[in-house]
Design a protein around this ligand. Structure first.
Ligand code: GTP
Ligand code: MG
Length: 335
């Protein structure tokens, strides 16, 4: 197998992936993550095969039952003949190191199913944001023919909010007994929900939490393209998972009926593009500053407080060596 691995060109590998070969899909994703010589060509090929899959994000409180829901939901999708790609975002933070193993165990029933592809990705550094390549990984799953892609984010840092830039439907999962009701949620998370799930309805406080969320969303009922449902589930007992499955499908139908699906995806592509440009410019400036003797002096002067930030920025942008260095760096594919 090792030898065979060497001879596959990116186009051949992508060809297998498009045929639904999960092994090839996994290898394509490796290339997307390591950003090696094959990445650009793979991204280009993948691009021509995307747009079919329904992308669904699950976010919410830590320990609310997202992974269990993903697992049970996957079973419902599979019974309906729907193929599933799953992206689990694992915190790189040492504090929640246990999550990965737990998720593996929970997902076990699907590991041998060729209609399911599971991949975990690490969060981005300290910000806890979603990995930048998550959209490309979802694209690859889409191109490989997965009908739905479920993305579970961790309940830390920026990733709950980032999810909206990457999916068509956002499911916010809450559960009683985890913090003080909706006050415990990070600002903004409640606003991005297309569907609310109050999980663990066997636990005290589930009814109150459901009422609280219902009160929050009811003023908007009948005023937008979609009435946000508030579902009560018990993932461990498979309770109401079929209804969640139905509402996820209904949301996609509503998006299409309101001509919002394409609009939403257009906005996401534009943002992703701007983000990539920004990343490249930022790392280009960073590299240039560090490697230029004159310019790197400014970093030190600012750091020690000898010069004010504003003047330093002006001086850097007046320098010819910045633009010379930047030009070379920005055009090199390495950054
Ligand atoms: N009582 C009860 N426990 C549940 C229910 N759903 C999930 N759990 C349990 O809650 C715990 C956390 O579930 P997970 O699915 O790992 O939750 P999560 O949101 O993915 O957790 P993180 O990814 O760590 O944020 C596990 O022990 C589950 O078995 C439920 O409906 N009722
Ligand atoms: Mg989880």
């Amino acid at each position: 197998v090792g030898e065979k691995k060497q001879v596959l060109t990116p186009a051949e590998l992508a060809g297998r992936m498009v045929q639904g070969d999960n092994l090839a899909l996994g290898r394509v994703i490796n290339h997307l993550e390591t950003r090696d010589g094959a990445t650009a060509e793979l991204v280009r090929i993948i691009h021509g095969h995307t747009g079919r899959a329904h992308r669904i994000g699950l976010t919410g409180v830590p320990g609310g039952g997202k992974s269990t829901l993903v697992d049970r939901l996957t079973a419902v999708f599979r019974r309906a003949g729907t193929t599933v790609g799953i992206i689990g975002v694992d915190p790189s933070s040492p504090f929640s190191g246990g999550a990965v193993l737990g998720d593996r165990i929970r997902m076990q029933q699907h590991y041998l199913d060729r209609g399911v592809f599971i991949r975990s990705m690490a969060t981005r550094g300290n910000s806890g944001g979603l990995p930048r390549t998550i959209g490309e990984v979802a694209d690859a799953m889409d191109a490989s023919g997965k009908d739905v892609i479920l993305i579970e984010t961790v309940g830390v840092g920026q990733s709950e909010l980032d999810i909206i830039k990457n999916v068509d439907t956002v499911v916010v999962v809450l559960a009683p007994g985890l913090g003080d009701g909706i006050q415990a949620m990070k600002a903004g998370v409640l606003e991005i929900a297309d569907i609310f799930v109050i999980n663990k309805d066997d636990q005290p406080g589930a009814l109150e939490l459901t009422l609280e969320i219902n009160n929050m969303v009811s003023p908007a009922r009948g005023k937008t393209y979609w009435n946000i449902p508030v579902l009560t589930t018990q993932a461990t007992a498979n309770k109401n998972i079929e209804e969640l499955h139905r509402q996820i499908g209904a949301h996609l139908t509503a998006l299409k009926a309101a001509s919002r699906l394409e609009e939403q995806r257009r906005r996401q592509r534009r943002e992703h593009f701007m983000q990539m440009l920004e990343d490249r410019v930022t790392s280009g400036i960073d590299g240039t500053l560090r490697h230029d003797a004159e310019l790197s002096g400014f970093i030190e002067e600012v750091a020690t407080g000898r010069i004010d930030t504003y003047s330093a920025v002006e001086k850097v942008f007046q320098s010819e060596s910045l633009f010379d260095g930047l030009k070379t760096r920005l055009r090199s594919k390495e950054i």
